[in-house]
Design a protein. Structure first.
Length: 678
């Protein structure tokens, strides 16, 4: 949402509460009609006023401006500016068409609490819990409830303590909530009937003078406002009635135990936005578990609650109400008012007799008329809600820590698998593994059966004549040897890449957190990537070209080039590859563990290189070629590891969220020592 502040016009952007993609809030109510969050019809003028008692306050640098913004946005701007030393912020509320104005002043300490709560909201929005770990479903639900309550109730109520009292009427299926609301208002405003559920859209009834408080997105900002039943799209139906006093609004919520899941979720959210719960039950449902779960949560948060025992036969009222009162006392609700509404005949409008609801109506009206009493109720509920945030933030901190630990475990599995395979590749390139099969056969074809060795041992014949005779007619054999070396290296690299991927997937599948990542991934995490063989072929070819290049460069630096020219770059480069595959030691002889025909072949290659280039040069070139191959092979495998690592990065898990949340718990507890907004 974008609004404009002050002069010159300055954009103020309120970030979306529900990010898209993998980090979306778990369990979002996708069927709800989302409020498009237009610029609020109420104008909020933010005035930053320097504390007159603060020495050195620079009033000339404080900003002033008119913001067409919802209250929670205005609060964030004000809270940010209020961090200036020695300042307070003041929000002037100008209603539409100059119908009146009010004023809210927050002290520096209150600004601090607002700032903490706003930061908590942002951290909660970013505290994604995508990994399936123990109790994660409960943690996701708690996080969702916390964000809802912050946006729907705590932030707007902390800013406007003098807004009308919102009494949410909730309770069990068939308890008569809508009939009770209609009777309290004095006219049919909420649908009733025998079919369940009857309440589809929540209905909020208010006095006409209180309309600006509810038509804008001050509370329940995600819900579309309407003036009629929207046909099941879950908008907030607003009804204006002069039969309600100014300062009181009544909201008819869906059943807390509805058979429709979205209704249950919505009921919980609406109860979380209430200053006062008017909890309705009946003789048939008062002992049900689900309503008491909601009431237990209310007691833990010290939410103001009044109980209504409805639809009870007159002769059973005393017995049932006594039992209900004992149950309330046992659940820390002994101080809550308990009203009884006996089963009665409805009039032509579907309303109860006035005398049956008069005690409830009088209690609500007297509360709205008593400013001090109303604010005490609001303050009690608000303080309890903030305190419950602190407790639940600890739960989310624990849950995000479990997420970080699971992420670390998954990453360690992948790192171990690929690191092991990198080390295996490094060993296989110089322990003689590659000097088998096709490579050995092609090398023997290339050097001949003893011709090259005898040529090296002859002393009388000139170098060029001896070597030309020894390797005459073998360019095709050299090409075949080069192809065999490439095929052996590519096959070995592919084998280890496949093994690393398979070992990673196997380890992940053995964990609760990793199993969905493997099963649901678009990548085949248990296999090397489709392009790996092509990448390996290019890498091996580049390495072979590099070996030819370093041999050629070495020959260019030699004082005597007769032997180098006699043998040629091809023979020397291929000999160097054979030496690299066979031996990483400094010994001039056959590589340890390489025997038989392979050992003889290595001996030929080393003897040839030493005869032409010298012992020191051979050792240096072999080390250089071996290191080059190691770097290229390692890069290939770690590029495969990156595919797996990208899956983990795609979870958008921040490993420091837990620490942030624990710090906010301490900050909230410290800030609560100061008085809530007055």
């Amino acid at each position: 949402m974008i609004g404009y502040c002050g002069a010159p016009r300055r954009r103020v952007i309120w970030p979306s509460r529900r990010p898209s993609g993998a980090g979306s809030r778990c369990g979002a109510r996708t069927s709800y009609s989302r409020h498009p969050c237009p610029v609020s019809p109420v104008t909020f003028t933010l005035t930053l006023q320097a504390d007159r008692h603060e020495q050195g306050a620079d009033r000339s640098r404080l900003r002033r401006g008119v913001c067409l913004l919802p209250l929670h946005m205005a609060a964030e701007i004000a809270a940010r500016h209020a961090k200036l030393a020695g300042t307070t912020f003041r929000i002037w509320i100008h209603q539409k068409q100059g119908e009146g104005k009010g004023e809210r002043v927050a002290t520096g300490g209150q600004s601090e609490l607002l700032g903490i709560l706003l930061r908590l909201r942002e951290v909660l929005l970013g505290s994604h819990m995508p990994l399936e770990v123990p109790d994660v479903d409960l943690a996701r639900k708690v996080r969702e409830e916390m964000i809802d309550q912050l946006e729907d109730y705590i932030l707007p109520r902390a800013i406007q303590i003098d807004a009308p009292l919102l009494a949410v009427v909730g309770g069990s299926t068939g308890a008569g909530k809508s009939t009770l609301v209609n009777t309290l208002v004095g006219q049919p405003v909420s649908e009733t009937g025998v079919l369940r559920p009857t309440t589809r859209d929540p209905v909020l009834v208010h006095h006409p003078d209180d309309a600006p408080w509810f038509h804008e997105a001050r509370i329940l900002p995600d819900m579309l406002r309407s003036s009629t039943d929207s046909g099941g799209t879950y908008s907030l139906q607003l009804v204006s009635s002069e039969k309600l006093p100014v300062g009181l609004a009544i909201l008819d919520a869906p059943d807390v135990d509805s058979v429709v899941e979205h209704n249950r979720e919505l009921a919980a959210e609406l109860l979380g936005a209430a200053d006062l719960w008017l909890f309705v039950t009946s003789a048939a449902r008062y002992a049900d578990q689900v309503p008491w779960d909601n009431l237990r949560a209310a007691a833990q948060r010290t939410t103001a609650v009044a109980m209504v025992l409805d639809r009870t036969q007159p002769k059973a009222v005393r017995e049932v109400s006594s039992h209900l009162a004992r149950m309330m006392s046992a659940r820390r609700l002994g101080d809550a008012p308990l009203f009884t509404v006996p089963e009665s005949t409805l009039d032509s409008q579907g309303l109860l007799p006035e005398k049956t609801v008069e005690p409830i109506r009088s209690w609500l009206h007297s509360m709205s008329a008593d400013t001090t009493g109303r604010e005490e109720v609001v303050r009690q509920t608000l303080d309890g809600a903030v305190r419950s945030l602190s407790h639940r933030t600890r739960e989310i901190a624990d849950a995000t820590e479990k997420q970080a630990e699971a992420l670390s475990t998954l990453r360690a599995h992948a790192d171990t698998a690929y690191r092991t395979r990198v080390e295996a590749v490094e060993g296989a390139t110089h322990d003689g593994t590659l000097l088998r099969g096709e490579v050995l056969a092609r090398w023997q074809d290339f050097v001949g059966s003893g011709d090259l060795i005898r040529a090296l041992e002859e002393r009388a014949t000139p170098w060029r004549d001896r070597l030309s005779k020894a390797v005459r007619g073998r360019p095709q054999s050299a090409e075949q040897l080069l192809d065999a070396v490439e095929a052996a290296l590519v096959s070995m690299l592919k084998e280890h890449a496949e093994s690393a991927a398979e070992e990673t997937a196997t380890a992940w599948l053995a964990t609760e957190a990793g199993r969905p990542l493997v099963d649901d991934s678009d990548q085949q995490l248990g296999r090397a990537s489709p392009g790996f063989r092509s990448a390996a072929e290019h890498a091996v070819q580049d390495w072979q070209n590099a070996v030819f290049r370093i041999v050629r460069d070495e020959g260019a630096d030699m004082r005597s080039k007769e032997r180098f020219v006699a043998y040629g770059v091809d023979l020397l480069a291929l000999s160097l590859m054979v030496v690299v595959f066979a031996d990483s030691s400094d010994a001039p002889g056959t590589a340890p563990g390489v025997g038989g025909q392979a050992g003889d072949g290595v001996a030929v290659a080393r003897k040839l290189l030493v005869a032409v280039l010298g012992e020191d040069a051979v050792r240096e070139l072999a080390d250089q070629a071996r290191e080059d191959l190691r770097v290229r092979a390692e890069g290939l495998l770690w590029s495969e590891h990156k595919i797996v690592d990208d899956v983990l990065h795609g979870l958008q898990l921040s490993e420091d969220v837990s620490a942030q949340l624990r710090q906010m718990v301490r900050d909230i507890d410290d800030a609560r020592l100061m008085e809530l907004p007055s």
